[in-house]
Ligand binder design. Structure first.
Ligand code: APR
Length: 231
Protein backbone atom coordinates (compact mmCIF):
# COMPACT_ATOMS: atom_id res chain seq x y z
CA UNK A 1 0.00 0.00 0.00
CA UNK A 2 1.83 3.12 -1.17
CA UNK A 3 1.38 6.24 0.96
CA UNK A 4 -1.31 8.60 -0.32
CA UNK A 5 -0.02 11.83 -1.92
CA UNK A 6 0.04 14.63 0.68
CA UNK A 7 -2.45 17.30 -0.36
CA UNK A 8 -2.08 20.53 1.65
CA UNK A 9 -4.86 23.09 1.19
CA UNK A 10 -4.68 26.68 2.41
CA UNK A 11 -8.12 28.30 2.69
CA UNK A 12 -9.40 31.82 3.32
CA UNK A 13 -12.75 33.54 3.70
CA UNK A 14 -13.64 32.87 0.05
CA UNK A 15 -14.26 29.17 0.68
CA UNK A 16 -17.00 30.09 3.16
CA UNK A 17 -18.53 32.83 0.98
CA UNK A 18 -20.99 30.43 -0.72
CA UNK A 19 -22.11 29.30 2.73
CA UNK A 20 -23.24 32.86 3.39
CA UNK A 21 -20.33 33.97 5.59
CA UNK A 22 -19.04 37.41 4.56
CA UNK A 23 -15.45 37.79 3.43
CA UNK A 24 -13.37 40.75 4.66
CA UNK A 25 -12.18 42.65 1.60
CA UNK A 26 -14.83 42.02 -1.04
CA UNK A 27 -17.28 44.81 -1.85
CA UNK A 28 -19.69 43.68 0.90
CA UNK A 29 -16.87 42.57 3.20
CA UNK A 30 -16.79 42.83 6.98
CA UNK A 31 -14.06 45.46 6.90
CA UNK A 32 -16.37 47.72 4.86
CA UNK A 33 -18.71 47.84 7.84
CA UNK A 34 -16.42 47.53 10.87
CA UNK A 35 -13.15 49.43 11.44
CA UNK A 36 -10.78 46.45 11.53
CA UNK A 37 -8.39 48.10 14.00
CA UNK A 38 -11.27 48.65 16.45
CA UNK A 39 -12.67 45.10 16.41
CA UNK A 40 -9.74 42.85 15.37
CA UNK A 41 -6.50 44.33 16.70
CA UNK A 42 -4.65 44.12 20.02
CA UNK A 43 -4.85 47.92 20.41
CA UNK A 44 -8.59 47.85 19.71
CA UNK A 45 -9.10 45.13 22.30
CA UNK A 46 -7.13 47.08 24.90
CA UNK A 47 -9.06 50.27 24.08
CA UNK A 48 -12.59 48.81 24.05
CA UNK A 49 -12.79 45.11 24.97
CA UNK A 50 -16.60 45.18 25.23
CA UNK A 51 -16.87 46.17 21.54
CA UNK A 52 -14.53 43.33 20.53
CA UNK A 53 -16.46 40.78 22.62
CA UNK A 54 -19.70 41.97 20.96
CA UNK A 55 -18.19 41.71 17.45
CA UNK A 56 -17.12 38.10 17.99
CA UNK A 57 -20.39 37.20 19.80
CA UNK A 58 -22.18 38.36 16.63
CA UNK A 59 -19.91 36.35 14.28
CA UNK A 60 -20.17 33.26 16.54
CA UNK A 61 -23.98 33.53 16.62
CA UNK A 62 -24.08 33.71 12.78
CA UNK A 63 -22.49 30.24 12.61
CA UNK A 64 -25.78 28.72 13.79
CA UNK A 65 -27.45 29.74 10.51
CA UNK A 66 -24.83 28.56 7.99
CA UNK A 67 -23.58 25.19 6.84
CA UNK A 68 -20.61 23.82 4.85
CA UNK A 69 -20.84 24.20 1.07
CA UNK A 70 -19.80 21.81 -1.70
CA UNK A 71 -16.19 23.06 -1.61
CA UNK A 72 -15.82 22.09 2.07
CA UNK A 73 -17.43 18.72 1.31
CA UNK A 74 -15.09 17.99 -1.61
CA UNK A 75 -12.06 18.66 0.62
CA UNK A 76 -13.42 15.98 2.98
CA UNK A 77 -14.11 13.55 0.10
CA UNK A 78 -10.53 13.95 -1.16
CA UNK A 79 -9.36 12.29 2.09
CA UNK A 80 -10.30 8.96 0.49
CA UNK A 81 -7.47 9.22 -2.06
CA UNK A 82 -5.12 11.82 -0.54
CA UNK A 83 -3.49 12.56 2.81
CA UNK A 84 -5.30 15.90 3.21
CA UNK A 85 -4.21 18.70 5.56
CA UNK A 86 -6.30 21.91 5.68
CA UNK A 87 -4.58 25.10 6.86
CA UNK A 88 -7.26 27.75 7.25
CA UNK A 89 -7.25 31.47 8.05
CA UNK A 90 -10.97 31.10 8.77
CA UNK A 91 -12.33 31.05 12.30
CA UNK A 92 -15.57 29.27 11.36
CA UNK A 93 -16.01 25.50 11.90
CA UNK A 94 -17.24 24.63 8.41
CA UNK A 95 -14.22 22.46 7.54
CA UNK A 96 -14.78 20.41 10.69
CA UNK A 97 -18.53 20.19 10.09
CA UNK A 98 -17.88 18.99 6.51
CA UNK A 99 -15.82 16.15 8.01
CA UNK A 100 -12.22 17.24 7.35
CA UNK A 101 -10.10 15.42 9.93
CA UNK A 102 -6.89 17.49 9.90
CA UNK A 103 -7.60 21.22 10.18
CA UNK A 104 -5.08 23.80 11.41
CA UNK A 105 -6.53 27.22 12.31
CA UNK A 106 -3.93 29.97 11.81
CA UNK A 107 -6.14 32.80 13.15
CA UNK A 108 -8.06 31.02 15.92
CA UNK A 109 -11.61 29.73 16.21
CA UNK A 110 -14.97 31.40 16.95
CA UNK A 111 -16.12 28.34 18.92
CA UNK A 112 -13.33 28.65 21.47
CA UNK A 113 -12.54 31.26 24.13
CA UNK A 114 -9.32 31.46 26.14
CA UNK A 115 -8.11 32.70 29.51
CA UNK A 116 -6.83 36.27 29.46
CA UNK A 117 -4.00 35.23 31.79
CA UNK A 118 -3.04 31.99 30.01
CA UNK A 119 -3.18 31.74 26.21
CA UNK A 120 -2.90 27.95 26.37
CA UNK A 121 -6.05 27.62 28.48
CA UNK A 122 -9.03 27.39 26.10
CA UNK A 123 -12.66 26.29 26.37
CA UNK A 124 -15.02 25.16 23.60
CA UNK A 125 -18.19 27.26 23.44
CA UNK A 126 -21.48 27.09 21.50
CA UNK A 127 -22.82 29.45 18.83
CA UNK A 128 -25.12 30.94 21.51
CA UNK A 129 -22.24 31.78 23.86
CA UNK A 130 -21.93 35.50 24.55
CA UNK A 131 -18.87 36.80 26.41
CA UNK A 132 -18.13 40.20 27.93
CA UNK A 133 -14.96 41.59 29.53
CA UNK A 134 -16.43 40.41 32.88
CA UNK A 135 -17.14 36.81 31.81
CA UNK A 136 -15.22 34.28 33.95
CA UNK A 137 -14.72 30.54 33.38
CA UNK A 138 -13.10 28.55 36.19
CA UNK A 139 -12.19 31.89 37.74
CA UNK A 140 -10.36 33.14 34.63
CA UNK A 141 -11.45 36.23 32.68
CA UNK A 142 -11.79 35.17 29.02
CA UNK A 143 -11.32 36.60 25.50
CA UNK A 144 -12.16 35.34 22.00
CA UNK A 145 -9.66 32.65 20.89
CA UNK A 146 -8.84 34.73 17.81
CA UNK A 147 -5.47 36.03 16.59
CA UNK A 148 -5.87 39.82 16.44
CA UNK A 149 -3.81 42.02 14.16
CA UNK A 150 -0.59 43.05 16.01
CA UNK A 151 -0.45 39.61 17.67
CA UNK A 152 1.79 36.63 16.98
CA UNK A 153 0.49 33.70 14.87
CA UNK A 154 1.67 30.69 16.95
CA UNK A 155 0.34 28.10 14.48
CA UNK A 156 2.34 29.52 11.57
CA UNK A 157 5.41 27.41 12.36
CA UNK A 158 3.55 24.07 12.20
CA UNK A 159 1.77 25.32 9.05
CA UNK A 160 5.10 25.94 7.31
CA UNK A 161 6.08 22.34 8.11
CA UNK A 162 2.93 21.08 6.39
CA UNK A 163 3.55 23.31 3.34
CA UNK A 164 7.15 22.07 3.15
CA UNK A 165 5.96 18.42 3.11
CA UNK A 166 3.20 18.92 0.52
CA UNK A 167 3.20 16.84 -2.67
CA UNK A 168 0.44 19.13 -4.00
CA UNK A 169 -0.43 22.60 -2.60
CA UNK A 170 -3.80 24.29 -3.12
CA UNK A 171 -4.89 27.84 -2.18
CA UNK A 172 -8.62 28.63 -2.09
CA UNK A 173 -10.39 31.93 -1.49
CA UNK A 174 -7.80 34.20 0.05
CA UNK A 175 -6.65 37.63 -1.13
CA UNK A 176 -3.10 36.75 -0.03
CA UNK A 177 -2.63 40.20 1.60
CA UNK A 178 -2.34 39.13 5.25
CA UNK A 179 0.99 37.83 6.52
CA UNK A 180 2.39 35.48 7.60
CA UNK A 181 -0.44 33.31 6.15
CA UNK A 182 0.18 34.64 2.63
CA UNK A 183 3.81 33.49 2.82
CA UNK A 184 2.95 29.78 3.20
CA UNK A 185 3.23 29.39 -0.57
CA UNK A 186 6.97 30.09 -0.33
CA UNK A 187 7.59 27.07 1.92
CA UNK A 188 6.41 24.64 -0.77
CA UNK A 189 9.23 22.60 -2.30
CA UNK A 190 10.35 23.55 -5.81
CA UNK A 191 8.60 21.41 -8.42
CA UNK A 192 5.51 20.74 -6.25
CA UNK A 193 2.38 21.74 -8.22
CA UNK A 194 0.46 24.74 -6.78
CA UNK A 195 -3.17 25.56 -7.65
CA UNK A 196 -5.07 28.74 -6.69
CA UNK A 197 -8.89 28.85 -6.84
CA UNK A 198 -10.34 32.36 -6.63
CA UNK A 199 -12.78 34.32 -8.89
CA UNK A 200 -10.70 37.44 -8.36
CA UNK A 201 -7.22 36.13 -7.55
CA UNK A 202 -4.51 38.07 -5.74
CA UNK A 203 -0.88 38.30 -6.91
CA UNK A 204 0.85 34.93 -7.23
CA UNK A 205 4.24 33.93 -8.64
CA UNK A 206 4.61 32.41 -12.12
CA UNK A 207 4.09 28.67 -12.19
CA UNK A 208 0.95 28.73 -9.99
CA UNK A 209 -2.05 27.30 -11.85
CA UNK A 210 -4.91 29.77 -11.31
CA UNK A 211 -8.50 28.49 -11.55
CA UNK A 212 -10.47 31.72 -11.80
CA UNK A 213 -13.70 30.34 -10.35
CA UNK A 214 -15.75 30.29 -7.16
CA UNK A 215 -14.74 27.67 -4.60
CA UNK A 216 -17.56 25.18 -5.30
CA UNK A 217 -17.02 25.11 -9.08
CA UNK A 218 -13.23 25.42 -8.89
CA UNK A 219 -12.92 22.66 -6.30
CA UNK A 220 -15.09 20.28 -8.35
CA UNK A 221 -12.85 20.97 -11.37
CA UNK A 222 -9.65 20.58 -9.36
CA UNK A 223 -10.78 17.31 -7.76
CA UNK A 224 -11.07 15.84 -11.27
CA UNK A 225 -7.62 17.15 -12.23
CA UNK A 226 -6.05 15.77 -9.04
CA UNK A 227 -7.59 12.31 -9.44
CA UNK A 228 -6.53 12.03 -13.08
CA UNK A 229 -3.09 13.51 -12.67
CA UNK A 230 -1.80 12.33 -9.30
CA UNK A 231 -3.37 8.97 -8.57
N1 APR B 1 -15.10 31.37 -3.90
C1 APR B 1 -13.75 31.50 -3.80
N2 APR B 1 -13.14 32.67 -3.47
C2 APR B 1 -13.93 33.74 -3.25
C3 APR B 1 -15.34 33.69 -3.32
C4 APR B 1 -15.93 32.42 -3.67
N3 APR B 1 -17.26 32.28 -3.78
N4 APR B 1 -15.83 34.93 -3.03
C5 APR B 1 -14.76 35.72 -2.77
N5 APR B 1 -13.61 35.02 -2.92
C6 APR B 1 -12.23 35.45 -2.73
C7 APR B 1 -11.96 36.92 -3.01
O1 APR B 1 -11.72 37.11 -4.40
C8 APR B 1 -10.71 37.16 -2.18
O2 APR B 1 -9.53 36.82 -2.89
O3 APR B 1 -11.91 35.27 -1.37
C9 APR B 1 -10.88 36.17 -1.02
C10 APR B 1 -11.31 36.87 0.26
O4 APR B 1 -10.25 37.70 0.67
P1 APR B 1 -10.34 38.39 2.12
O5 APR B 1 -11.70 38.96 2.32
O6 APR B 1 -9.13 39.27 2.25
O7 APR B 1 -10.22 37.14 3.12
P2 APR B 1 -8.90 36.42 3.59
O8 APR B 1 -7.85 36.42 2.52
O9 APR B 1 -9.31 35.10 4.16
O10 APR B 1 -8.42 37.39 4.80
C11 APR B 1 -7.27 36.98 5.51
O11 APR B 1 -7.55 38.84 7.01
O12 APR B 1 -8.93 40.16 8.27
C12 APR B 1 -8.04 39.12 8.33
O13 APR B 1 -7.94 37.44 9.94
C13 APR B 1 -8.69 37.87 8.85
O14 APR B 1 -8.30 35.59 8.18
C14 APR B 1 -8.57 36.90 7.70
C15 APR B 1 -7.38 37.44 6.93
Amino acid sequence: MTAKPRLVISTGAGISAESGIRTFRDADGLWEEYPVMDVASADGFARNPALVHRFYNERRRALADVRPNRAHEILHELERDFDVYVITQNVDDLHERAGSTKVLHLHGELLKVRALDDENLTWAVGTDTETTPETRIDGHRVRPHIVFFQEAVPMFEPATQLAAEADIFVIIGTSLVVYPAAALLHYVRRGVPVYYIDPNPGEVPDGVTVIRKKATEGMAELAEILRHKYL
